[in-house]
Design a protein around this ligand. Structure first.
Ligand SMILES: NC(=O)c1ccc[n+]([C@@H]2O[C@H](COP(=O)([O-])OP(=O)(O)OC[C@H]3O[C@@H](n4cnc5c(N)ncnc54)[C@H](O)[C@@H]3O)[C@@H](O)[C@H]2O)c1
Length: 312
């Protein structure tokens, strides 16, 4: 889909980070913005910041885990602008670091509710509008953790793989329903955002004492949210289903696909699948894909109440 002046974009999780970067990049192209988030204060500040640049934008508080709330977001979008062209299902949080068998059930449920059900609610509420219009696009934010294994982050990687898989199928379904409607999944590496801080504020992953989760500046390979947003918009304009900006992301995805193909059709002779598989990421590589201020594989568990194990 070509992105042109006068179109309307909705962005969930838009109060900061990648969502706000998408808003800036779209506003620079003259797109009208419906910025949405569950954090009302952060949303008000973000809309004021966008509006100061003479951008046509409104803010709508919505919780993506709640289908009725996302339905209201769609209604308010149509009431305000009469149409919607780009839907960015971007809201997200990060899970604490621990091996799968030690992850809390509450963590799993929050991650599935926000990352997977959040995208499902967005598609359910907005896709019928795009199909009726005969044009439009859905951008779902996943992660490089949705393209390759990332030890100690199964609630993150599991939900991100789900978003990658469902977007690939969604794109095929949308294109069958209306030729000019499609979907793209965004799978970036490490991005400088306050994801760790916001996840702590929302009670999903406690920050270790002394860690400032409001920024990831200075970490190796970290990208700006605006650069990631520009890569996502370029992929939409090129009708690509995947956008995976970030250093090493394509290599890790290639290693996973190579291992998958080797398992599906093992050669009669030659290296076994295990031999062909790339070694699991080191702690520093895992950290390089992971969120702000939240410890990676080498520090396993986060301190504080969220690391107490429960069997609910
Ligand atoms: N920062 C990274 O390194 C990175 C890398 C790959 C993917 N991602 C993904 O990008 C997306 C955006 O994250 P970000 O890094 O910009 O962090 P961010 O914290 O700046 O943005 C996420 C936003 O989602 C909002 N949110 C959380 N739960 C919500 C809910 N239930 N309803 C509505 N809004 C909700 C938060 O309030 C926050 O404003 C996330 O899905 C994240 O997993 C981030």
């Amino acid at each position: 889909m070509k992105i042109v002046k006068g179109q309307v974009a909705v962005i969930t999780g838009g109060a900061s980070g990648i969502g706000y970067g998408l808003a800036e990049a779209l506003a620079a192209r003259g797109v009208r913005i419906v910025l949405s988030d569950v954090r009302e204060d952060g949303l008000n500040e973000a809309v004021a910041r966008l509006g100061a640049g003479d951008v046509d934008a409104i803010g709508v508080v919505a919780d993506v885990t709640d289908a009725a709330s996302v339905d209201r977001l769609a209604d308010q979008t149509i009431d305000a602008y009469g149409r919607v062209d780009l839907v960015c299902n971007n809201a997200g949080v990060v899970s604490p670091a621990a091996p799968m068998w030690e992850q809390e059930l509450t963590t799993w449920r929050r991650m599935i509710d926000i990352k997977v059900m959040g995208v499902i609610h967005g598609v359910r509420s907005f896709a019928p509008h795009l199909i009726d219009q005969g044009s439009g696009h859905i951008l779902n934010t996943a992660s490089s953790g949705g393209l390759a294994p990332l030890p100690d982050r199964t609630p993150y990687t599991g939900t991100m793989h789900a978003v990658v898989g469902l977007t690939e199928t969604l794109d095929a379904e949308l294109r069958r329903a209306a030729r000019k409607v499609g979907a793209t999944v965004l799978c970036p590496g490490l991005v400088d955002t306050p994801l760790g801080q916001n996840s702590a504020t929302l009670g999903v992953a406690a920050l270790p004492p002394g860690v400032d989760g409001s920024t990831m500046k200075g970490l190796p390979g970290v990208m700006s949210a605006r650069a990631v947003a520009e890569a996502a918009l370029a992929a939409i304009e090129a009708d690509r289903v995947h956008s995976a900006p970030g250093s090493g992301v394509a290599d890790r995805a290639r290693a996973r696909v190579g291992g998958l193909l080797a398992d599906l059709a093992p050669p009669a002779r030659g290296p076994s699948c295990a031999e062909r598989r790339s070694p699991p990421p080191t702690a520093s590589a895992a950290r390089s894909e992971l969120p702000p201020g939240v410890p990676a594989a080498d520090s396993h568990r986060l301190p504080g109440p969220s690391s107490a194990r429960s069997r609910d």
